[in-house]
Design a binder for this molecule. Structure first.
Ligand code: MN
Length: 203
């Protein structure tokens, strides 16, 4: 699930996505959720660790409701520079379709915000297949757990009961937290999608 796989899957002459390179951080670990209208609409949940963004595709998107466990399929690591990527990957290319930054922020252990302790512990928790962290995003806040189960790349993302738990569906808020753009999915509204692509070749 390394950056080598990320680079192998993409033709950088044809996609506007960034090339995969490792980068070091000095401050809080970042997390990001990108809404991605590929062959299947999904949300890419990414956690910064060890110089890359560890990544999971969440078909239904994250939930703030502790009773709703969300399937999260681990996919190839992405470069940290991918965090600012929003745009249109040409159809026919790997992951072809629109991408917006649906949420972004930092994440840390419930016990400490020290980035060095955090990174060490999270690398270990990922290896063991059970992570517990606090998200400080614009849409996603509070304690979450990500745990491995069943098949090789199958994980579950679930909200803990805390002051940020909600019954309302957070994916109903469709806008990018960066550009305020709304991803118009080709299956959500095919006519609008065709118009938007024609007009801007972008989201
Ligand atoms: Mn994706």
């Amino acid at each position: 699930m390394t950056l080598t796989m990320y680079n192998k899957k993409r033709n950088f002459k044809k996609t506007p996505e960034p090339k995969g390179m490792k980068a070091r951080h000095e401050e809080a670990l970042r997390f990001i959720v990108q809404k991605h209208d590929a062959s299947q609409l999904h949300y890419d949940f990414r956690l910064e660790m060890d110089g890359v963004m560890k990544s999971w595709a969440v078909p239904k998107g994250p939930s703030l409701n502790p009773t709703e466990k969300r399937l999260a399929m681990q996919v190839e690591d992405h470069p940290i520079s991918y965090n600012t990527f929003e745009g249109h990957i040409p159809l026919g290319q790997y992951g072809g379709g629109d991408v917006i930054v649906w949420d972004q922020g930092t994440y840390h252990l419930p016990q400490t915000t020290n980035p060095y302790i955090n990174e060490k512990v999270f690398i270990d928790e990922l290896e063991r297949g059970r992570m517990k962290f606090v998200l400080e995003g614009k849409k996603l806040k509070g304690i979450f757990s990500l745990f491995h189960f069943g098949e090789k790349n199958q994980w579950m993302l679930v909200k803990f009961q805390d002051m940020y738990a909600r019954k309302t569906d957070i994916t109903k808020d469709p806008r990018s937290v960066v550009s305020r753009k709304k991803l118009i999915g080709r299956r959500e509204d095919p006519k609008k999608y065709a118009k938007a692509v024609k007009k801007s070749k972008k989201v």
